[in-house]
Design a binder for this molecule. Structure first.
Ligand SMILES: *Cc1c(COP(=O)(O)O)cnc(C)c1O
Length: 417
């Protein structure tokens, strides 16, 4: 660390005191992270929970290796999508029996969009945020072409105004947290506005599940999806999840009616009859190793309320901002200042954001670049400390004062940014 930064010592003292204050929610011991790394990309690929290697080893060596196909019963493979769904449900405020795990977020989006069409057959307009993650827009585009829908691009902040007094909207399809700016949208208010207009509220929780309280049941969300590999730390490409509120399950039509969602899959009937309850959202055989990795990963949240994770996250992101403000004066942000509308990341704007991120990575501060100008610093609260926040800010200051980010080694782009 450089020692000439004006307030670095004060900040170091403050970091230590904040870390002491938040000691009860420091879950770093539940994760395996390399030394010397400040990992600020848990919103893209969560860190490895300590419980996962042994669980995967057991799944491979004992369950697959020795118990072979008997594991479908013996080790509960068949029930795993709903069992892991229930465990995940606790983290997003869903009572048991409303979440199943498997497939990707993109596939799950396809399912909820088509289900929405059968729940609101007389309507044709869907509201979507044009700034949302591209796959959400692509899946929506595809569904709209198949279903004869019109997509209206309306920011979540303008949804209530658009919805008021209308009866043409099928659903709002929004991401709870903007993946780029980190804006946390007002899920309760937007959901209420949708319901007042007879529309469904569909939420993508990729950037909120495991990071901020969602409370799906309490807010009456109709349908939701999210991925398992970000703040839930489920492993690279971990299965996604789908939430179907109990009240909609009887009328939920699965556009991909695979045999795992059948009422009696081992009747091997030629006719599809949907299972009762959330099982009807299942499709085909899930990637079991990934699913069991996710199950073990979720134990990292055992004994912790998501409100506590959120309190830690807000303290961390606020402190990171303060450190950057002190050490890199004049920084501009895409992420909000106020706690209520900030997700679990700090997004710094910089014209050479790509080079800045690469230079930071070379120094062991791993964030990511989001086009066109964002240095995205994701803050997965369970395994990060206030001291980490200061370290990141010090390195950012050092990179910028030494123009390291302009080094051609850091400005050449790789396939994955
Ligand atoms: C990460 C993310 C996805 C990922 O979709 P996959 O099909 O799992 O690749 C989708 N939507 C949002 C909002 C995301 O942040």
């Amino acid at each position: 660390m450089s020692t000439d930064a004006p307030h670095a010592d004060d900040l170091r003292t403050e970091a230590a005191s904040l870390d002491e204050q938040h000691e009860a929610t420091d879950l770093r011991a539940r994760f395996l992270l390399p030394d010397g790394v400040v990992y600020l990309d848990g919103n893209s690929l969560g860190a490895l929970p300590r419980a996962v290697p042994a669980a995967v080893r057991d799944a491979v060596e004992q369950q697959w290796g020795r118990d072979l196909i008997t594991s479908w019963n013996l080790h509960g493979w068949w029930d795993a999508p709903a069992r892991v769904g229930d465990a995940l449900g606790r983290i997003v405020g869903a009572a048991p029996g409303q979440v199943v795990v498997g497939d990707s977020t993109s596939v799950r989006l396809h399912q909820v969009l088509h289900a929405a069409a059968t729940l609101r057959p007389d309507r044709t307009v869907v509201l979507a945020d044009p700034a949302t993650f591209p796959t959400d827009l692509y899946m929506l585009d595809g569904a709209a072409r198949q279903l004869g829908w019109t997509i209206e691009h309306v920011s979540p902040s303008d949804a209530a105004a658009r919805l008021g007094g209308t009866d043409d909207v099928v659903a709002v399809v929004y991401s709870h947290v903007d993946y780029r700016t980190g804006v946390l949208w007002d899920l309760p208010a937007v959901t209420r506005a949708a319901h007042d207009a007879g529309a469904l509220a569909i939420w993508d929780l990729c950037h909120s599940a495991g990071a901020v309280p969602v409370e799906l049941d309490a807010h009456g969300v109709d349908l939701a999806v999210g991925c398992g590999y970000k703040y839930l730390n489920g492993s690279p490409g971990a299965p996604a999840f789908i939430y179907v509120a109990t009240e909609h399950q009887a009328a939920f039509t699965n556009v991909i009616p695979g045999w795992h969602g059948h009422a009696q899959p081992f009747e091997m009937s030629g006719d599809y009859r949907p299972a009762a309850g959330i099982d009807r959202a299942r499709i085909g055989t899930p990637p079991m190793l990934s699913l069991l990795a996710l199950e073990a990963a979720l134990t990292a949240f055992d004994g912790v309320e998501i409100t506590e994770v959120r309190a830690r996250s807000l303290s961390l992101t606020a402190f990171l901002r303060r450190c950057i403000d002190e050490l890199v004066p004049g920084t501009t942000y895409a992420s909000p200042d106020d706690d209520a509308s900030r997700g679990s990341q700090v997004a710094v704007r910089h014209p050479d954001a790509y080079g800045v991120v690469q230079a930071l990575i070379a120094r062991g501060v791993i964030g990511d670049f989001r086009t066109p100008d964002i240095v995205r610093l994701g803050v997965a609260a369970p395994y990060l400390t206030h001291a980490d926040m200061l370290t990141a800010a010090v390195h950012l200051a050092d990179v910028l004062t030494s123009d390291e980010h302009l080094d051609p080694a850091y400005t050449r782009r790789s396939a994955v940014t």
